[in-house]
Design a protein around this ligand. Structure first.
Ligand SMILES: [Zn+2]
Length: 336
């Protein structure tokens, strides 16, 4: 008997020994044992350490696979989604109401798996993976190009002069989180008030995350709708300089999310997305004459004043224009 067959057999034995296991989705019990087998295999092959024991508090999520069964002509799946009534059916559960910020009208594709998780704010989330028919590889004929400078003071400066700031909800939640963090630090560890404060903090973090994601999707949609070639810098420490740890983490997360979204949205729309190298001196170069002035490595200078051609320009706008031109070079070298 091979390991997989043995595990399936063993699950039945376990269920008799521990009746509560029958309450759980049988796929995840098997999955857990497969994972355990993998972990031991890696350990015996000296590819990993001895598997850690995980108690029921250590991980608040599980992943279950879609299983399809055909009966007569109809195909049935153990995971179902009803977008009209906004409900989801998961193994061992009844239909559960769902709320989603993307409000999809229809699902186009085959369900592969679902991850159910409980976030620290006490809310339950489910993310469902779909396999969608391959998106066409047809690129548009580019008519315009835009460069993006990601920054600390201004979230995005576009080479056409548009400025995208963090929206007021994000700033509001950030402020409240900072305040609450300070009050948490003053509380007696493991006291009732400490846990109460921690819970409130978790709720705020959840709200911030949702507000940020909603806002970033709106921005990246606009940018990929209106432009055919989109250029950003690769993320580097220049963007990451920040005195406060909290706002740094939030900012980093926003940058990564912006780039991730631009990348896949551009692809889906047949647009081009290029990233220029981190060592390219976008803030030091004059976007008019190309002169490089090392003093603009310094973040405090808000206006770029060229000592060669007298160009005066907002520092971030100057950088975004340079990024755009560098992107244009990449584009012509690779695609034209
Ligand atoms: Zn110049």
């Amino acid at each position: 008997m091979n390991a997989k067959a043995y595990i399936s057999h063993y699950v039945n034995y376990l269920k008799q020994e521990y009746p509560f296991l029958t309450e759980a989705d049988s796929i995840i019990i098997r999955k857990t044992l497969f994972n355990l087998e993998d972990a031991f295999k890696r350990y015996f092959n000296k590819q990993g350490g001895y598997p850690n024991y995980k108690n029921k508090f250590s991980k608040n999520s599980y992943n279950t696979s879609a299983v399809y069964r055909k009966y007569k002509t109809k195909e049935y799946c153990n995971i179902e989604i009803d977008l009209k009534n906004k409900q989801i059916k998961l193994p061992k559960l009844k239909w559960v109401n769902i709320k989603g910020y993307r409000n999809l009208k229809e699902k186009n594709g085959r369900i592969i798996n679902a991850t159910i998780s409980r976030e620290p704010n006490g809310k339950y989330y489910v993310s469902v993976v779909f396999e969608i028919p391959s998106i066409s590889n047809n690129y548009v004929i580019p008519k315009n190009i835009i460069g993006l400078d990601l920054g600390i003071k201004k979230l995005i400066t576009l080479s056409d002069g548009t400025i995208v700031d963090n929206n007021k909800y994000i700033l509001k939640y950030e402020k409240r989180i900072k305040r609450l963090q300070k009050s948490l630090a003053r509380k007696v560890k493991k006291s009732k008030n400490y846990y109460k404060c921690k819970h409130q903090l978790a709720i705020l973090y959840g709200k911030l995350k949702n507000a940020r994601n909603y806002y970033l999707h709106k921005i990246t949609k606009q940018i990929t709708d209106n432009n055919d070639i989109i250029v950003t810098e690769k993320l580097n420490t220049k963007n990451m300089l920040q005195n406060n740890k909290l706002s740094k983490n939030i900012q980093d997360a926003s940058f990564y999310e912006i780039i991730r979204q631009l990348q896949y949205k551009a692809k889906n729309k047949g647009k081009y997305f290029h990233q220029i190298d981190t060592y390219y001196p976008s803030t030091q170069t004059c976007s008019v004459c190309g002169n490089i002035d090392a003093k603009y490595k310094n973040l405090n200078e808000r206006v770029y004043k060229c000592c060669n051609c007298n160009n005066r320009m907002d520092r971030d706008l100057n950088a975004s224009i340079n990024i755009m031109f560098e992107g244009l070079k990449i584009h012509f070298n690779n695609f034209a």
